[in-house]
Write a protein that binds this ligand. Structure first.
Ligand SMILES: [Zn+2]
Length: 271
């Protein structure tokens, strides 16, 4: 499932080709993804100028001036860039648009992706209660939000109203790097632990963005490039491997937590 670094990688792949340009030949090959497309969707995108492309959490926001085209990649969504003259329609290319001589195809085999067109993205319900971005939240604000829940710390970190954009991979990595237990009750965290955790969340995300995200299942950059962060994973998907914390004799465990796999070291993630 694409997380913040993968979505950021996609945005960075779109910006140089779409910003300041007109959308043309917008075609929907179905009526819906996870949800139906809004009425007259393709017609309303046609000939619109892309002012800018932003990211909020795992949402891609294409700012068209009067309204915003919102995209979510869901589980398996990807956007592929092709030269218009070379483009051949692929299975699962559900929405296709052209910008100058380039065709973009939103391809989504599992169709958990989503698209919408709204006049104010700030009022769009999934974004309305979304917490600040990891790169923007203050230590005090993050601490206040973590103290507000008695759920396990890992579950709290996946909640988009506590911090935006984090998913399973990066939460496991950041908790391990911070020596914090995923099972710890969120509201028992201290301010100094919060500071370490936020620093590590940002560090892990920045490294992942630099590596082009993680390619564990379906993620591709817009130019088709794979992300390489999976080669840097220390704990996620590393069950039974030796813990890489200096002098730690532990091995990495996997346990189901709120329906997701949690990877952790029970020796150095005790706090
Ligand atoms: Zn360890």
């Amino acid at each position: 499932m694409p997380e913040l670094p993968e979505v950021e990688t996609v945005c960075r792949g779109l910006r140089p080709f779409m910003e300041g340009k007109l959308l043309k030949n917008v075609t929907c090959h179905r009526q819906n993804l996870r949800n139906p497309f809004p009425p007259m969707f393709a017609e309303r995108l046609e000939q619109q100028k892309v002012v800018s492309i932003l990211r909020r959490g795992k949402y891609i926001l294409v700012n068209l001036g009067d309204y915003t085209w919102i995209m979510h990649l869901g589980m398996s969504g990807r956007i592929q860039r092709n030269l218009a003259k070379d483009y051949i329609h692929q299975k699962h290319d559900h929405v296709v648009w052209q910008v100058d001589g380039v065709i973009f195809a939103f391809n989504d085999a599992r169709r958990f992706g989503d698209m919408d067109l709204v006049s104010s993205y700030a009022d769009y319900s999934p974004l309305k209660n979304m917490a600040p971005e990891p790169f923007e939240i203050s230590n005090d604000e993050f601490y206040k939000r973590l103290k507000s829940t008695s759920r396990p710390l890992k579950t709290a970190l996946l909640d988009q109203s506590i911090i935006a954009g984090l998913g399973n991979i990066y939460v496991c990595e950041a908790l391990w790097q911070s020596g914090l237990s995923p099972f710890k009750t969120s509201n028992t965290i201290t301010l100094s632990q919060t500071k370490v955790l936020l620093k590590n969340v940002v560090e892990v995300l920045e490294r992942a963005i630099t590596a082009g995200g993680s390619t564990l299942r379906d993620h591709r950059a817009v130019d088709g490039a794979l992300g390489y962060f999976q080669n840097q994973l220390k704990v996620y998907d590393q069950k039974d491997k030796h813990c890489l914390t200096a002098n730690c004799p532990g091995t990495i465990k996997r346990e189901a937590q709120a329906g997701r796999s949690t990877y952790y070291c029970e020796i150095c993630q005790k706090n």
